[in-house]
Design a protein around this ligand. Structure first.
Ligand code: 5GP
Ligand code: MN
Length: 335
């Protein structure tokens, strides 16, 4: 666990790792499985920065199904995305990955690379990789990525800024969460000053979805359960979605990732849980708390990770068993 942010030595080592890489050397960027706006935005924005520095062989990828969620397909730098990673890259840079398990089969590329740099902001980061730029106080991994680009003397331009803005807006819940500090708004101001259009970007990323996704959301929310006695009486609201639900509405799995937002708005519950089927007997679990519970503790206890108030893990068995396990662990992690 890294509780303090990167030191001057960490930053210097990361700058050196990039500067000692040749312009034609292979650089592999990797973000976490099922990438969100911060994973993709921090990775592609940084990749564009490497291009500005003259690096010619930069690829970006992520493990698992190589499906970029529709809202992120127009991100600048998307042409860096390639499902196939370099087999022996000179430098590997990892974005928004709290533990090696989130790298799947690509974890070995990090371990084998002559140089690797890990940019992250999860308090639960397990400390893998060569140079570690892990700042648990950063609102998004893009904050760390921007910090490294500025130390590499890459000026922000509108393309890099759009990527970092999407990342920052995603991880702060559109500048609503507690980590929305003065410095977050200062960074947002510098990004917007490049000429990007926050209204247009927000509409595209957060406020646009297929009709089928809305109908699916309605159905899944309709089956939510409120358990007021859970979490020491602070309450838990939960729901689940199956692969059959996705199929019935013709939707890809990532449309379920925003479902936690309406669920966590329930006033009677501190904790919210969405259990999303990924295979028979396997579920991706999203946890949120309003403050009473350290849900990252619950997630870590189940082999996952995340932040104090937003975390996740992979659960096994029936959806009801997964929820029962969460309910039991909540009482152990009351703040
Ligand atoms: P979400 O619920 O939006 O998928 O994830 C919330 C937070 O928990 C994110 O910071 C995400 O990186 C982390 N997280 C979600 N699932 C997992 C998991 O299976 N393992 C780890 N280590 N972190 C996870
Ligand atoms: Mn993040």
């Amino acid at each position: 666990m890294t509780l303090s942010g990167p030191t001057a030595e960490h930053w210097a080592a990361a700058v050196e790792a990039v500067r000692s890489t040749g312009a034609d050397d292979e650089i592999q960027l990797i973000c976490h499985v099922n990438p969100d706006g911060d994973a993709l935005g921090s990775m592609l924005g940084f990749g564009l920065g490497l291009r500005r520095l003259g690096f010619t062989r930069v690829r970006a990828t992520f493990p698992g199904d190589f499906v970029v969620p529709e809202p992120y397909r127009l991100l600048p730098g998307s042409d860096l995305l390639e499902p196939e990673a370099f087999s022996e890259p000179r430098l590997v840079i990892v974005f928004d990955v709290a533990s090696e398990s989130r790298l799947g089969a690509l974890a070995s590329r990090v371990a084998a690379a002559p140089a690797s740099v890990v940019l992250d902001h999860h308090a639960s980061n397990t400390g893998f990789g060569g140079v570690r730029l892990v700042d648990p106080h950063a609102a998004a991994t893009s904050v760390v990525a921007e910090g490294l680009l500025s130390r590499l003397k890459v000026p922000l331009d509108a393309e890099i800024a759009e990527c970092f803005y999407v990342a920052l807006a995603t991880d702060t819940g559109s500048f609503k969460f507690d980590m929305t500090t003065v410095s977050v708004h200062e960074l947002a101001a510098r990004l917007i000053a490049t000429g990007i259009r926050p209204g247009e970007i927000s509409r595209r990323i957060f406020d646009s979805r297929p009709f089928g996704a809305m109908k699916l959301t309605g159905e899944v929310i309709g089956r939510a359960v409120l358990d007021e006695s859970a979490a020491g009486g602070r309450g838990m609201v939960w729901t689940y979605a199956t692969l059959a639900d996705l199929e019935r509405h013709g939707q890809p799995p990532y449309v379920l990732d925003s479902l936690i937002d309406p669920v966590r708005s329930v006033a009677e519950a501190d904790v919210s849980v969405v259990v999303k089927q990924v295979a028979t007997g396997e579920w991706s679990v999203s946890l949120r708390s309003k403050g009473a519970v350290d849900v990252s503790g619950v997630a870590v206890a189940q082999g996952g990770g995340g932040h104090r108030l937003a975390a996740g893990f992979t659960g096994y068995g029936e959806a009801a068993d997964v929820v029962a396990t969460v309910r039991r662990l909540l009482d152990e992690h009351l703040n």
